[in-house]
Design a protein around this ligand. Sequence first.
Ligand code: ZN
Ligand code: MN
Length: 486
Amino acid sequence: MKDLDYKVIVGLEIHVHLATRTKMFCGCELAYGQEPNSRVCPVCLGMPGSLPVMNRQAVEHSILTAMALHCRITPHTKWDRKSYYYPDLPKNYQISQYDLPIGQNGFIEIPGQGGQVKRIRILRAHLEEDAGKNTHTFGAFSAIDLNRAGSPLLEIVTEPDLESPAEVRALAQELQRIVRYLGVSEADMQKGHMRFEPNINLHITRDGQVFKTPITEVKNLNSFRSIERSVAYEIERQLDEFIETGKTLQMGNKKTFGWDDANQCTVLQREKEEAHDYRYFPEPDLVPVEVSPQWMESIGSRLCELPLVRQQRFVQQYGMSDYDAGVLTADRATAEFFEQSVRAGGQAKRVCNLLTQAGLKLANEKGRTVAELGISAANLARLAQMADSGQTSATAAVAIFEAMTQSDSGPEAIAAERNLIQKSDAGEIESLVDAVIAANPQAVEDWREGGKKSAKSRGFLLGQVIQKSKGQANPKIVSEILDRKK
Ligand code: ZN
Ligand code: MN
């Protein structure tokens, strides 16, 4: 029954917390994890007679993000009141943007299959304020923390261009990388800096006819895993429902679901969501926003190469795998650190290996990026050169890398101090080879005879030479000298 021919249609709404110092319309500090209701004032508490004042930086962050999403920036915009009643919203309305969002009609590129890029259209991006937070951990009572109320939020709405759970996840991750590159949001999922709401339905083809299933919206997802899984779950649920009931999309049969993470399923919250009458009207307490060409230009100067573009360039320019390029472009500082090292003379592949192999592990342990490990780009470049020229082995280079994170010394000094300079002196190595040959007649015989034991014996002899050099002999040179003496 389930082998129906169908297409998945998903649009995504994303709320991104902007990293400003203070709230959207008052001077309260934006702070996470502080004493409840300690970062509040008459404005964000919704006291009658208090007046909001726009946070310029939040507007600039929004315009910059909208630019990076290739949106048209609305030159003349304004604020609107969106009325609804909820305990975490003391004013009983949210200040938002209704018909004049700050950015419109853009797109975001996400990684698709086989190194391809897929373009997802962006319908709009608008700025608004967040509500407070209800908690239900006090027995019969609920508590409200308004520290978050009035935080600046950028709401981004995509067109329904996403066609699989994996694509939805890819978009979420790409957007996280973009806002971090731009420095407009920490985009920390655990702190709720990004919240996602997918709208999902299916176009099912049966007997040459297309049936559209009712759209469902899943509210307030705050992890990449839950976005992907909730969409996958909804696809199955909608297929089952269609097979059972044959129900199709009609006006007013949109449903709202929540995600039950413990049971890994969606849960119905509201049936028949009417087109809510939010009674939008222009906010009378705030002046409209004029975005002058000069202002646009100065904000636009903060744009940078987008992460996915950079990732593709790294593959092209440095011949690295898409995976390694993804790791190095995960954050802007790491990508820039890598390129600084290459410009300082490090061979790209070697620098990449040192960063992805030695650096990542350390960075993860310390909860930092590899750019923050305390190594200068110049020192990393010199270490890469030492490994390339055979002055140190690849293993020693990793040890030197680790040591460099804890000291100000350069790679040469550390290598000398720790006896990690690889010996490439042919004369010195030759005498070691001769000694090993003299001491192991049986292995030498097996090796020279050829036959089954030959390769193993050669390996043994090579190992003995390296051991005799206390691990410092360059294996390539040992190998060459040994083979000369066969
Ligand atoms: Zn306040
Ligand atoms: Mn919103």
